[in-house]
Design a protein around this ligand. Structure first.
Ligand code: PNS
Length: 194
C-alpha cells in the first residue's frame, strides 16, 4: 500500500503516491526561458509539447540582471507572432520564482528542452531546486530535433553579427528583428551573451 504524500525525498526512498492533481491541470504546461531571441530549437520543443499538452504557457523571463538584446516586450511579441494562429499557446512575461508563475497558471508541469549532456548539470540543478520549492511541480524534458541540437540564442546572435546566415535556425520574424538591430548598431559580438 502506497502512502500518500507530496514529499518524495523525505520518505527515505520508499515510493509514495503524490497528491492527485485535477485532470485539467495535467493538460497544461509552462515552457520557461529567456528567449533572447526565440530560436527554431525552442519552437521545435513547443510544437512537440503541443502533441502532449492542451495548453502551453510560454513564460518569458524579465530579468534586469541579464543583459538582453531584445526587450521583454519584443521577446514576448515575437513569440506571440510566431504562434498567432495557435490558440493553445499563451505567451506571458514573468519575474520572481518560476514555481510561483506555474502555480498562478494552475499548471504543475514545466517543460524544458535538453540538447546535449552539457545541458544536464544546469537542468538537473534547476529541476531539483524547483522540486525543493514546490514538490508538486514536475519538470518534463524533451529533446529537440537533431537539426537544432547545436543551437542556442547566443550562437544565433554571434553568427548574425558576424555576417553569417541564420536562415532555418530562427523564425522569419526573428531574422527580421535581428536585421533591424544590426542596422541600429545594437548587435555586436560579445554584447549580449547567452
Ligand atoms: O532560457 P534559460 O536561460 O535557460 O531559462 C532559465 C529560466 C528562465 C527557466 C530560469 O532562469 C528560471 O526559472 N528563472 C526564474 C527564477 C527561479 O525560479 N529560480 C529558481 C530555479 S533555478
Amino acid at each position: 500500500m502506497l502512502t500518500r504524500t507530496t514529499d518524495f525525498d523525505k520518505d527515505m526512498g520508499n515510493p509514495v503516491e503524490p497528491e492527485p492533481t485535477m485532470p485539467w491541470m495535467r493538460n497544461r504546461a509552462v515552457y520557461p526561458g529567456f528567449f533572447d531571441p526565440i530560436t527554431n530549437g525552442h519552437v521545435d520543443i513547443i510544437l512537440r509539447g503541443l502533441r502532449l499538452f492542451d495548453k502551453i504557457f510560454v513564460a518569458v523571463l524579465k530579468n534586469p540582471k541579464k543583459q538582453a538584446l531584445f526587450s521583454t516586450k519584443d521577446r514576448v511579441a515575437m513569440i506571440q507572432e510566431i504562434f498567432a494562429h495557435q490558440p493553445s499557446i499563451e505567451v506571458k512575461a514573468f519575474d520572481g520564482l518560476l514555481v510561483d508563475f506555474v502555480r498562478r497558471q494552475k499548471a504543475r508541469i514545466v517543460i524544458r528542452g535538453l540538447r546535449a549532456v552539457s545541458d544536464f548539470e544546469y537542468e538537473f540543478q534547476m529541476a531539483l531546486m524547483n522540486r525543493q520549492l514546490d514538490p508538486e511541480i514536475e519538470t518534463f524534458y524533451m529533446m529537440p530535433s537533431v537539426h537544432y541540437s547545436f543551437l542556442n540564442s547566443g550562437v544565433v546572435k554571434e553568427v548574425f553579427a558576424l555576417g553569417g546566415s541564420v536562415a532555418g535556425l530562427v523564425p522569419e520574424i526573428v531574422e527580421k528583428k535581428l536585421r533591424e538591430k544590426l542596422k541600429q548598431g545594437r548587435l555586436s559580438v560579445g554584447k549580449s551573451p547567452q
